[in-house]
Design a protein. Structure first.
Length: 279
């Protein structure tokens, strides 16, 4: 957490809130949040005075395009949050590690209890390639149009289990534990099916399930679990958790067949699925 739907929700919120704003100053309260830079001072020097020109997303990464061609990359990690404050007087939550103040007023605050997230400034590569740090990311299931025959070839070339592959950021960008389980349920496929074992019909189902599941999750502004670690730019929880078919529903009846949802450990991660509906 957060995964593609949560990051895309924040991206859309940022589009209307910070594009065109000039950074007045940056306060770094925890240097681990800007650890790719030699110091907090260096990070501040790369961001202060810059105007945010665009907001993009690459997988789970937010991309804030700056007016000098650099990109401020925000990776939320496991517990990172971005909050928009109207002014400096708004109370700061615990673990607020970076505060970006705009000349027009207001702040953008980076909160991260577990400190796995980070902010860093990326420079265009000498050959013109943008964001070399993110060059290995796989296709984006919402932004990249990929035909089912192309997906079938990609799946067949990888000899691993479906869930492992869906969570491989070099194969497909943005999917984590929650949405891998939800996508596989929607496609009627078990987590441990071989990626090279699917029929053409099953590939079609998987392709459709990826797009439909993620699109609906974005529409409902992502999933907020019991810990409420994911909140949107304005501090509100998402709504998609109420639509989960299998994730975090161990022992509860499947909404399709009424058999009990099963939880197993796979690659040290909890996996939820229906033994009847997924084959």
């Amino acid at each position: 957490m957060p995964e593609l739907p949560e990051v895309e929700t924040i991206r859309r919120d940022l589009q209307g809130e910070v594009v065109g704003r000039k950074v007045k100053e940056v306060a770094v309260k925890n240097g681990r949040s800007v650890r790719r830079h030699s110091s907090a001072k260096q990070f501040r020097s790369l961001v202060e005075g810059r105007v945010i020109k665009s907001i993009g997303r690459a997988g789970k990464n937010l991309l804030l395009g700056l007016d000098n061609g650099d990109t401020l990359v925000v990776h939320l990690g496991m517990s990172g949050q971005l909050f928009r404050a109207k002014n400096a007087n708004e109370p700061k939550v615990v673990h607020t590690h970076v505060i970006i103040t705009f000349t027009q007023g207001g702040e953008l605050r980076f909160v991260d209890p577990r400190t796995f997230g980070e902010l860093f400034v990326s420079h265009p590569a000498e050959d013109g390639t943008e964001l070399p740090e993110l060059a290995k990311l796989g296709f984006d299931p919402l932004e990249d149009v990929i035909s089912w025959p192309d997906l079938a070839r990609k799946l067949a070339s990888r000899h691993t289990t479906l869930k492992t592959l869906l969570m491989d950021q070099e194969f497909v960008a943005g999917i984590g534990n929650i949405y891998a389980d939800e996508i596989l349920f929607a496609a009627g496929l078990r987590y441990d099916r071989g990626s090279d074992s699917l029929s053409s019909q099953e590939v079609r189902r998987l392709s459709r399930a990826m797009v439909e599941t993620l699109t609906e999750a974005v529409k409902r502004r992502g999933s907020s679990l019991a810990d409420s670690q994911y909140r949107d730019l304005f501090g509100e929880v998402g709504d998609y958790q109420g639509q989960h078919q299998v994730y975090d529903r161990e022992g509860q009846p499947c909404r399709r067949c009424r058999n009990r949802i099963v939880r197993v450990k796979a690659s040290s991660r909890s996996t939820f699925f229906c033994e009847h509906c997924q084959t």
